[in-house]
Every structure is written in structure tokens, then in C-alpha cells.
Ligand binder design. Sequence first.
Ligand code: NAP
Length: 723
Amino acid sequence: MAPVSKIVWTKIDEAPALATYSLLPIVEKFLKEANVEVELSDISLAGRVLAAMGKMDDELAKLGELVLKPEANIIKLPNISASIPQLKACIAELNEQGFDLPDYPEEPKNEEEKEIQTKYATCLGSAVNPVLREGNSDRRAATAVKKFAQKNPHRLKPFSDNCKAYVAHMEKNDFYANEQSVIMSKNDTLSINLNGKCLQTLDVEDREIVSSSFLSACELDSFLNKTINDAKENDLLWSVHLKATMMKVSDPIMFGHAVKSYYSDVLEKYKDDLESVGFNPDLGMGDFEAKIQKLPEDKQNEIKEAVKKVYENRPNIAMVDSDKGITNLHFSNDIIIDASMPPVIREGGKMWNKDGELQECVAVIPDRTYARMYSKMLEDCKVNGQFDVSTMGHVSNVGLMAKKAEEYGSHPFTYKIPEDGVMDVKDSDGNILMSHSVKKGDIWRLYKVKDVAVKDWVRLGHERGKLTGDPIVFWLDSNRAHDANLIKRVVEYLPPHLEKDPIEFHIMAPEQAMKFSLKRIRKGLNTISVTGNVLRDYLTDLFPILELGTSAKMMSIVPLLAGGGLFETGAGGSAPKHVEQFLKEGHLRWDSLGEFLALAESLRMIYNKTGDEKVKAVCEALDSANEAYLDNSKEPSRKCGEPDNKASHYYLARYWAEALGKSDDKFAKVAKELADNEAKILEELKNAEGQAKDIGGYFKPDDKKAAEAMRPSATLNAIINNI
Ligand code: NAP
């Protein structure tokens, strides 16, 4: 018998976690055929909280070790990047379930509370991906997925003739303006110093690119105020776009500035009251609403009246949920730029206002580094019109991600500057490598990228160009100190690949790269974007949302540096709204296509390594099943009573069995049983809808209850269990 290969399937949160209860039993049975074992690894928020407090094994740490080994083969589903309110809700639920966990101390009062806060902090924000992503990223739409989208185009709204929407960004003193960068010439220990006092040290490697920059708080405030006034004057909706989940130190601070600017009348007038109840603007108006409840009722009413006045005097603000009155400034993790900007383009330069209507907006993206490429796209659409989904070309991405590359690894080295002075980065001989004059409140950060990551990224970019014949474009700005250093490496590492296999390549600043790619998109031509870590994240939502309707349909492969593979399912998140619907009416509209595609790639890696023909058969059958799934439009419906996620898994199993059954009698029989019982199975699934579901927990559902809720067809279960 061939040796057993193992795939690790991550147990995560919300909608994809619910879908797993129905999908995994099917996957396990089909993979057993190829001698591939599936192991579940709990990296859900609840699991991580329990591990942080010593109440469960630390599965994430184990996966962190596995990704450094060649045998790693991990299917990573989207998980919650927790905000503080989410973390607190999770702790409360776990305590209700009988775990004895301390509360999250927002303002620790002693050493013990500080220690508790530090432990919980490891669960906040994007805590999972940086541990697992020990490789660069290869994200693209499978050919079948792209063709499906072109044949069944979703609707993009036209831009009006005199569209006034625009992207606003700072013009000076932002991260873009202040960047400095060095390339190390030896392994060393650097120190970060403020006014001569060492704040921390960090180890760096020979040839590592180390950069630092700061954004002026004062300049940010005047920029924000200007955009608020402009929006009011031009009757535009004011919207802020940041990434507080991923940039968990710097962006909540910028978010806090936006809150303070927009609500300045109230926050200044009631400064003392708000301070007395511990309101923190960085936590948004959600925190404001919670905290003012501690004030006497007449004071609360007075403040609420003053907030109403703000809405009258200020421009309309973009809404996250207009029905519930949740604004753009309620919770910092609600305005995730990569998810919030594509809809602005999709809706013709508009966002939702408080009346639940679409209104043209000013998209406020303070730092120029990545704002201008969004601006380029918006301006292009204003001139050339909305994109045509049925003909538009594809932009795939090769992203520099390995070893916590660039700004996405900067959290431990980000500071809100406590006093005016000079921030220096020195080498171990005391030489000043980078130096910034800063003011109290400025946001300073240091970020780096290791040479091994850059070299592999250039290789991967070239490989994708070679395999597809499409041009590769390095989105690098020679006017940025960091990018200028990266360009030096690209022109060193690319030529040996080009000598062997010549391909078309370009190096362009993000605005020019956007212009180049859009021109090709409008001609129906494909382009490969080869970008740094932030643009990887932004572009792999931006283009897919326009091209495919969602980034969840993208393949997201991380060829790990150590030789293994991490297969991320879709580029979307964990879709909390889907859970809301499921709990209310038993209908799960989550589309597991991302999981199906990731699984096929994961199997392909096993076959490429082992040459095992059984794995090949199961993998190719899954490829056929995925195509059939798309061709026959078996994605879940959004409406209760119509086929949902559970039904889509039935069809996947059936198509998979049909394809395998061509050369395997056992699966031919399974396929026949599934086909013969179609009506009965769909009826059983439908009968389970229209009622509320109790799954025993939101962050940590009861496995038995959740499995029952997600596997309500006795007929389907019997056929699958018998395989
Ligand atoms: P989201 O979960 O991506 O959901 C936004 C919307 O996208 C959903 O409501 C849904 O639209 C659609 N969607 C996403 N995936 C889908 C799928 N497989 N099938 C059908 N529809 C899908 O975005 P979010 O609300 O911004 O983020 C939720 C949580 O996920 C956050 O905690 C965030 O930090 C985290 N997140 C994790 C990852 C990751 O682990 N890789 C990535 C991004 C975000 P409809 O509601 O219209 O159906």
C-alpha cells in the first residue's frame, strides 16, 4: 500500500466553519480512496483564546512548525481577525460554556492584568496568516472560474457622466514621503532609538531590506479636515478606507484621528465626560455608544442630541449598515480597505448613505503609497466607463509575502511617538542607518523583507509568466526608498531566469502599473501583477471582485519556502452575515468553491511529489467536479428554501463520484445512488430550512449540534457514510 499522505484542514470560524461540518465528511471519504488522511487543526478564535490561556493545545504554534517542513500540506480556511469587541464576546461565550477565563483588561491596572492582556493580544487582529505564510503567494482565477464569470456576468453599475467621486490622499508628510531604506551588508542587531533612548533591538540578516517611515499626525488631521469640508461642499459621501485588522497598530490610530475629526464638535465639548468613562476614539463610535451609557441619563441624552447635530452639520458619512445606524466610523475592523474600495468601483463611485441610498463618495485613504493606484482606477472608470465583466481580462498576482514581508510584518516595530524628537535606527556599531525628526503623536514604523523571500518571489513571478505567456509587471515605485532597493534585487535575480526562458516583464510604479493593466483588461488581455505584500492583499480583492463578483472564488496558493504547500481557500473572510442568516433560518449561503479549488491544488501537490496514480485520479476527478459545479451553476442560493451550501456539497460529491466512477466501480455505484436520490435529498435539505438553528455557540459551536444542523439529509448521510 502507498504511504499515507496527510492534509491538514483548519477548523476556523463563522460561515466556512459551518460549511466544514457538511463538507469534511465527504472529503474524508473520497480522499481515503487515495490513501490521503485529513487532520483537523483548531485555529479558530475560540481555540486560540483557549490556547493562549493554557486551556488547550496551541494548534497554531504546531502549524507554525509544520510550515517549515517539506511535508506541510495545509488547507487554510478564512478565520476571524478579531477586534477587541469580538475578542471580548468570544471570552464571554467561552465563560458561559464553563471555561474559567479572566476578562480582557482594556486598561490593565497591575502586573497580573498586564500579563493577561499580553496573552490575549496574541489572538487579536491578523494573528494566523503571518504564522502560516512561510512562502510567497500565487493568486489567480482558475480558467473554469474566469470563463464562468464571463458567461454569467454579475452587474457592475455605470459611472454617471459627471461623476464627482474621487480618492483623497495626503500630499506630504505621509508614509510615502518619509520613507528611508537600507540593504544590510551583514547579519546584525539593529536598535530603534527615540532621542537616544533604545526602544528595542531586532536581528536582521545579510541582504535584508530594512525600511522605516512615519506619518505626521498633525498633517493627517489637517488632511482629514480638508476632505470633510470638500465632501460637504460637493455633496459627497465621506468614507474612510483603512486596514485596521491587518495593520493592527498603525491603522486604529489613523482611524481614531478620523473619528476625532468628524465628531470634533461633540468630542471636544464633552471631552471631560468622555474621558471620565474611558472612551477611546481608536475603538470608534461603537465604543462611544457603549461608554456613554455609564453617564447620567440626562447627560447621555444631551450628548446624543449633539451627535445628531454633527450629522446635520457634517457631510453624509458612508454606512456599514444603514438599517442599524452603523457608520463607517463605528468599528475600525468594519472598514477593511481591500473589501471596501472594490464596491466603490463596482457601484459606479458610490457607497451607502444613512438613508440606505447609494451616493457618490470621496474615498479617504490617507497614505499615498497605495492610495494612488485606487485613484487611477476610479479616474479610468470615470473616463472610459465601467468594466465589461463578459470581456474583461484577468489580473492575477504573485505577492511578496514570505517571512512577514514588508508593512504586514511591521506591528512589533510600530510606535505612536510619545514625545517630540528623533527616531534613529542604528547598527551594532552605532552607525545611524535611518533617522526621522518626529513629533508627539506621529506614527512611526519599521518593516523589512528577507532576501530569501525576494529571490523566491522573483522566481515565482517569472514562473507564472513562463507558464501563462502573459506579461509580468513588478508594481514597484523607484521614487520610494524601499521599492528602489527591491528594484535592485529584481534586476539582479530576474536575468538568469530570462536567459533560460525569456518572457515579457515590466517594472512600473503602482499608478503606471494600474494604467497598463487596465488598458489590457479593457482589451480582454491577462496580466500578472508581481507586487509587495500590501498590494498583494489589495489587488487580490480588487480585480477579482470586479472580474468574478467575489475574491472568494480565487485560488490562493502559497508554495512554502521549505517545499510544502499552504492552500488558502478564497481571499474573502469568514462572512459573519451568513451565520446570522443560518442561525435565523437554517440557510447557509456560503459558497465552498474556494475550498474545492484549494483541495484540488493540495492533491495535485501530493501527486507531483509522490507520483501516486490514485491521488492523480481523485485529483483529476475533483477538477472535473469543480467544472461541472460551475457549468451547472450549483453555487448556493442566497434565499431560504432554495438549495444552499449543503445542497452544493451534495452536487460536488455527485460530480466527483461520477468522474471517479468512470474508472472505479465503487464510485460509479455511489454516483448512481446520489443521482437516483437527488429529489429526496434536496427535499430533506429543504425541510430543514425555515427554522432557527441552535448550534450551541457562535465562536465555539457544539460540534454535535452544528454537525446535525449542517447534515440534515439522512439519505445523503447514509450514502456518504457507506463509502
Ligand atoms: P467577508 O467575510 O469576506 O464577507 C464579505 C461578503 O463577501 C460576505 O458577506 C459575502 O457576501 C461575500 N463572501 C465572502 N466569501 C464568500 C463565500 N465563500 N461565499 C459566498 N459569499 C462570500 O468580509 P468581512 O466581513 O470583511 O470579514 C469577516 C471576517 O473575516 C473578519 O474577521 C475578517 O478579518 C476576516 N477575514 C479573514 C481572512 C482570512 O482569514 N484569509 C480574509 C479576509 C477577512 P454576501 O453577504 O453578499 O453573500
